[in-house]
Design a protein around this ligand. Structure first.
Ligand code: GLA
Length: 380
């Protein structure tokens, strides 16, 4: 499904009987490497994908925000002056963003909007970060305020942490907000510095959706965060980003086995991510693929956030000769994996990997080539 700005502009006009003032688009993301490193002040290497959340909107003068979700065929609304948590699903993301922006000193206008998109929900492609960033972009566009994607990402992360109650790091909102066509991005999650890095020549990135949905598995995610914190304290460093494997080995005897393995994943994953940027700059797809495979093994064995379906789809992908490497992506426990392949063989790769995974699991996966795309933007 390709979504065109003119179509959603038209849908707004049909619904509200007036023209939209702006159409915004905010992409999902896939992370190539650097998993569970963002909340350890580490490095990540995601790219924004060519699937996005779209909002078309026009301001209202009564301070209400009214949204019609075209995909769910339902509408919801709230008053900016009376923001209350009601656990009513997707609208809470918009309320949380309104609360974070107001708390950050932005004065906001209400609006009418239609919402649509093609980022699968709960698949680990950051549909929620994309929705938050789209909402933030629209709020600021409608009140003529300048847009800084990094500041916007921080406020959206706050919305997710404090309003939605998911204790995520900063990767997803930054990846959605700061994407660039044709490029992945190396993010330093401490300084928030972003460096764009092109994919190796003649390669393509394929998203491999296992057709399992285990959400963010919030309790396991928060438990990993606590274990990392404990490991950093034991190592005497501010965050695991500041430790190396030699330091960990020196103190290995004093560590609980599980906490030791969590730390080993994060420390080695940071090193792999920096190495991935280096080999990508040299155009070395084979080396990048090997690092992706190592990342998967570390997430499976040391960090224990993979599952049998993610292992199966990554293994099926690797069996294909066109595949340089494959790994789970995002928080884990279900959702998607990502593969780097020879672009010329995209069709046989997707067909054969699809068949191999289905044979093995009985599940119907979705595989699609994803182009690195631009970040959150006002398109009309
Ligand atoms: C989720 C979180 C991110 C990050 C990843 C794991 O996507 O939202 O902040 O921690 O998991 O790398």
């Amino acid at each position: 499904m390709t979504i065109h700005p003119e179509t959603i502009f038209q849908q707004f006009a049909e619904h509200y009987r007036r023209p939209a003032e702006h159409v915004v688009r905010s992409p999902g993301r896939v992370n190539l490497i650097g998993e569970h490193t963002d909340y350890n002040d580490g490095f990540v290497l995601p790219m924004a994908i060519d699937r996005a959340v779209w909002l078309a909107g026009a301001g209202r003068e009564d301070g209400r925000v009214c949204i019609d979700s075209l995909d769910r065929q339902e509408s919801a609304e709230f008053a900016l002056a009376d923001l209350r948590q009601e656990n009513a699903g997707w609208i809470e993301y918009l309320k949380g963003v309104a609360a974070a922006l107001s708390g950050g000193g932005h004065s906001l206008r209400g609006f009418d909007a239609v919402l649509t998109g093609d980022v699968p929900i709960g698949a680990g492609l950051s549909s929620s970060a994309a929705l938050e960033m789209a909402a933030a972009r629209l709020f600021l566009a409608l009140s003529d305020q300048p847009w800084d994607p990094v500041a916007g990402a921080l406020l959206c992360q706050k919305a997710e942490n404090e309003w939605v109650g998911v204790n995520c790091g900063i990767m997803d909102q930054l990846a959605s907000g700061c994407g660039r066509a044709g490029q992945a991005m190396r993010i330093d999650c401490r300084s928030l510095e972003i460096e764009h890095v092109p994919l190796p020549p003649d390669t393509a990135v394929v998203v491999l959706d296992t057709a399992t949905r285990r959400g963010l598995a919030a309790s396991a995610y928060n438990e990993r965060r606590r274990q990392c914190q404990a490991a950093a304290e034991q190592l005497g460093v501010p965050a695991l980003r500041d430790a190396d494997l030699a330091q960990l080995e020196n103190l290995a005897d004093t560590f609980d086995d599980v906490v030791y393995r969590r730390a080993r994943h994060v420390i080695s994953e940071n090193a792999r991510t920096l190495e991935a940027v280096r080999v990508m700059r040299g155009g070395d797809a084979a080396a990048l693929g090997r690092l992706m495979n190592q990342s998967h093994a570390s997430l499976r064995d040391d960090y224990e956030v993979s599952c049998s379906e993610l292992d199966a789809i990554a293994a099926s992908a690797r069996e294909h000769p066109a595949c340089f490497g494959a790994r789970m992506t995002g928080a884990g426990f279900g959702g998607c994996a990502v593969a780097l392949i020879d672009a010329a063989a995209a069709e046989p790769f997707t067909a054969e990997t699809h068949a191999a995974y289905r044979r093995q699991t009985g599940l119907e996966p979705a595989l699609y080539v994803s182009m690195p795309s631009a970040g959150t933007e006002v398109v009309l």
